[in-house]
Design a protein around this ligand. Structure first.
Ligand code: IMP
Ligand code: MG
Length: 179
């Protein structure tokens, strides 16, 4: 797998530090509030797991699964809800945990989709931001790292369902997906 990675952007150590920092901020901001942390499957699974370990206030966790890409590296613009929330979020503070914001289409759709459920507030934490590719303006309250306009894998993030188990984040060699 390592041979398919062009460059390592963030090491395990850097990721651990950043996630800890985000956890501290979130814990301060949501102190005394009814918090539901919603991981977006499958890309955010490692980030969400590490993040909740660093949240020191009581919180619930839930997951949603959405698909937008298929097995291609370009977003289709169509967002499909594959798994909805198990819990009722009415009267609660929702924090969506995303792996990477690229065009913004997925989160834009999700925010609209969840708006009707009467949460007190819905905010977003994303580990990565690919600002260069944004098509829809998205207000991301907590952001980890900026990444270049390249195809990113590792730490939960895949290409065609592979590379999620890399413990670091790297750039996938273009020859892998341009075959
Ligand atoms: P958006 O709707 O274009 O913002 O895309 C969001 C989703 O596309 C992310 O949650 C990822 O699952 C996926 N995605 C975007 N960029 C990358 C990438 O560089 N590598 C792998 N998946 C990506
Ligand atoms: Mg995702």
């Amino acid at each position: 797998m390592i041979n398919d990675v062009k460059e390592i952007l963030f090491t395990e150590e850097q990721l651990r530090e950043k996630v800890k920092e985000l956890g501290i901020k979130i814990s301060e901001d949501y102190k005394g509030k009814d918090l539901v942390v919603v991981g977006i499957l499958k890309g955010s699974v490692i980030f969400a797991a590490e993040l909740i370990k660093n949240i020191t206030i009581p919180c619930e966790i839930d997951f949603m699964a959405v698909s937008s890409y298929g097995n291609s590296t370009e977003t289709s613009g169509i967002v499909k809800i594959l798994k909805d929330l198990d819990q009722n979020i009415e009267g609660k503070h929702v924090l969506i945990v995303e792996d990477i914001v690229d065009t913004g289409v997925t989160l834009n759709y999700l925010l609209k989709y969840l708006k009707a459920r009467k949460a007190i507030g819905i905010e977003i934490v994303s580990l990565l931001n690919k600002q260069a590719r944004r098509k829809v303006e998205i207000d991301v309250k907590y952001m980890g790292f900026e990444v270049p306009d390249e195809f990113i894998v590792g730490y939960g993030i895949d290409y065609a369902e592979k590379y999620r188990n890399l413990p670091y984040i790297g750039i996938l060699k273009p020859e892998i997906y341009k075959k």
